[in-house]
Design a protein. Sequence first.
Length: 365
Amino acid sequence: REELATLLSEEVGDRAGDWDLAGAIPLETLRRLGGEGVLCAEVPAEFGGRGLSGLDNGELTAHAGTLCSSLRSVMTSQGMAAWTIQRFGTREQRSKELAALTRGDLAAVAFSEPQAGSDLSAIATTVVDDGDSVVLNGHKVWSTASAYADVLVVFGRYQDGAAAVLVPTRAPGVTVRPIPQPLGCRAAGHADVLLEDVRLPATRVLSGASVALGLLTTIALTYGRLSVAWGCVGIIRACLGAAASHARDREQFGKPLAEHQLVARHLAEMYVAEQTATRLCEHASGCWDSRSAELSSASVLAKHAAAGHAAHTASAAVQILASAGSVDGGTVARAYRDAKLMQIIEGSEEICQLILAERALERVT
Ligand code: FAD
């Protein structure tokens, strides 16, 4: 893990702000990181991956989050795509497709549609058998990293259930439309995707059979929630670091900002946020590694809490840096915009709360 973290630090350097302003990460950087297996580091060694545990992959993801949330978002997409292939692919599909993703091919996942946001049961994209082929039609929105991707994991209706289909972005009928100037994670390659009579070999359907839509999306999203949660830990750490050093070095009214109690209180709350989010992520990754039945709710809890802490911490960091933090592309200004989006994706605040409320009710005897 240390070696991969060093590689990430070297590749990002001090360029995250420039990528944010430009709205893009250089493709060669992503391919290099992908080719080293950093972007989906949990893929087992037998498929060419680094075989990291959930916990180690989580800490690596947090490290990416401290450096650049756009890059971390690309990592989440690649990891989610790899996990979906690993979980639902046949042996042959896993061998071929996971090897491609650890050689530098880039992937994105496409669940959301204009009428299917929080409610993924409304997915309308169709996957229809036609001899040895399948034909896809649909409209996907806000697919992170799809502007860079070689392949999309598309979720659609198939036979009497659903399927995830590996769709090459260069296939005839696929149109990828990058979303201009998103609020945050501006270099994450968000795009809408049109699928118009996209004909592919039937072997592109993961597992080759239909599965229940809810099962398919929940399993893929669990990886995404854990990854986003750890990414939020990274945002919190970056903000805490920037705020603490500024509060120590900058003086007003004859003493460092940190010695003004109202500023110190912000720092204390940021520290609590970092510790709380980290512990919840460690617990959820522990559930992942031990295949605990608690995993699904632990990942929702970690994501919900970490995203809330990231949004509050980023806001407090801008407050402490004040004018020094109000520069577009700077660490805390970026974090402020990026963190808000973490409260929307992989289950919004409200959707997470609904799931957690069910968990609370289960405890009533
Ligand atoms: P809506 O579902 O319309 O919700 C609007 C508001 O209503 C929200 O506050 C929501 O919490 C609330 N709400 C909805 N239903 C309920 C309810 N039952 N009870 C209470 N409140 C409710 N999608 C992908 O497929 N792949 C990606 O890689 C991807 N990346 C994304 C990256 C970013 C930066 C963003 C912004 C979005 C991304 N998405 C992606 C889409 C994302 O998953 C959806 O935006 C998210 O699920 C919310 O859907 P929506 O935006 O349509 O909001």
